[in-house]
Design a protein around this ligand. Structure first.
Ligand SMILES: [Zn+2]
Length: 435
């Protein structure tokens, strides 16, 4: 059966700046069959949505189960925060910890209208289980990383890649809501041979390769001293940038680095709030966009941001782009929304996500337009000003993934949030105490 959703406004996000006021989205079997102005409706069955309908947002860089470490080690610089707070706790992580950390995170992501997240974390099966149970969608990219204290002899990454390849074989495409990619933590933490092997494993499975890149100045200065060249150029020389690559952060990039990323069609997951909180710097977003690089948004982990509200990152991206360039037109509101939606799907190699158009999965969110921040709304495109500069993820009222409603009136229907809270509280305490 085809269902017609009629909303006061439909924002398809296929191209920036378009609003259908009012508009309709028609859905059959979890797939959008038609999007258009109200007069174009083709079926009678109607669900009236109060407010605006938008595509679900795409969080392209996340370590969502780190809800377990939210708030720990505040105020430390990145290197000390990882070495003294995060890695010691992660050394004791069990799969069930990750399951509950992810479950709580998914409830938060959905509540803020994020229907797809790209996850780089341990215990990938537990992440997939939590995503499927919550009825949402994820690109899961388990990553090559050797925690401190473990052997770094030989090609230590190879057994890890064997495990990830098996994970891809078992779970790629599961329920139509799980994509599996590969990751390696970063050029400063994994040898170039390991990065190349992980990228090659991703290519051989025709899937995404995900890594952290050029996040802090200290990291990049050290890398240059050790290798005589920048991270992007070294990765290019080692063949790491062939295939579909998603680089998180990309803060410390010069013009040669940006050209290199553009040359290889590397997408950047811009994480402006994480970069601001950890004082990493302001990424050259306008330079990347001008060079033709796909720039999408990520919250980064909830231990470093500290929430999964991608609306905040959208606004911060626009703030920082303008501050960095001292140009009030550096990133327009509709362009900022584009980073969180269409560009997110493109960055993940899923151009059918982050847009409302016929033939794409019905991942949609409804936004409350009755809030005073939407007044006045005189010209159609002022909606983007209100969404980006004045609204909040807390105004998301309803969420559908593949046509199934998973949030109604702000409440997640698919997660027992009380149980998830209790589990994460208990497990976080244990991980703090055993380190
Ligand atoms: Zn990260």
């Amino acid at each position: 059966m085809t269902v017609r959703y009629r909303a006061d406004a439909v924002v398809p996000c296929v191209e920036p700046g378009v609003v259908l006021r009012p508009g309709v989205v028609e859905v059959a079997d979890g797939v959008i069959t038609h999007v258009g102005p109200e007069a174009s409706a083709t079926v009678a069955e109607e669900v009236v949505v109060s407010g605006a309908l938008l595509p679900g947002l795409i969080n392209t860089h996340c370590h969502s189960p780190m809800t377990l470490f939210r708030g720990a080690g505040g105020g430390l610089p990145l290197e000390r925060w990882l070495g003294e707070v995060v890695w010691p706790r992660e050394a004791n992580l069990e799969a069930e910890d990750v399951y509950w950390g992810m479950t709580l995170a998914v409830a938060e992501l959905l509540r803020f209208g994020v229907t797809t997240s790209c996850e780089m974390y341990f215990h990938e099966d537990a992440i997939a289980d939590a995503v499927l149970a919550a009825g949402t969608r994820a690109v899961i990219t388990p990553g090559v990383l050797q925690l401190p204290g473990r052997s770094r002899d030989g090609a230590w990454w190879e057994p890890q890649l064997d495990v990830f390849t098996d994970f891809h074989r078992r779970r790629q495409g599961e329920a139509g809501r799980i994509d599996v990619g590969f990751a390696a933590h970063a050029p400063y933490s994994v040898p170039m041979e390991g990065l190349a092997a992980a990228a090659e494993a991703a290519r051989s499975c025709d899937t995404l390769f995900h890594l952290h890149l050029a996040e802090t100045e200290m990291e990049c200065t050290g890398f240059l001293a050790d290798h005589g060249t920048s991270e992007p150029l070294a990765l290019e020389s080692a063949g790491v940038l062939e295939g579909r690559v998603l680089a998180a952060h990309g803060v410390w990039l010069d013009d040669d680095d940006i050209s290199c990323l553009a040359r290889h069609d590397v997408a950047v997951a811009h994480c402006p709030q994480s970069n601001a909180k950890l004082a990493s710097g302001m990424a050259p977003v306008t330079g990347l966009l001008a060079a033709g690089v796909t720039v999408a948004l990520g919250t980064d982990g909830p231990a470093s941001n500290n929430d999964l509200d991608l609306w905040e990152d959208m606004r911060t991206a626009a703030f920082l782009a303008r501050l960095r360039e001292r140009d009030a037109s550096a990133l327009l509101a509709a362009g900022a929304l584009d980073l969180a939606t269409r560009a997110g799907g493109a960055a993940l190699g899923r151009p059918d996500l982050g847009v409302l158009s016929a033939g794409t999965p019905a991942d949609m969110i409804a936004f409350d337009l009755d809030d005073p921040v939407f007044v006045p709304w005189l010209e159609d495109d002022e909606l983007f000003e209100h969404l980006v500069w004045a609204a909040s993820g807390r105004l998301v009222t309803d969420v559908w993934v593949a046509g199934r409603q998973v949030v109604r009136a702000g409440s997640c229907l698919t997660v027992d949030v009380e149980e998830a809270r209790r589990q994460v509280e208990t497990r976080a305490r244990r991980l703090m105490e055993v380190q």
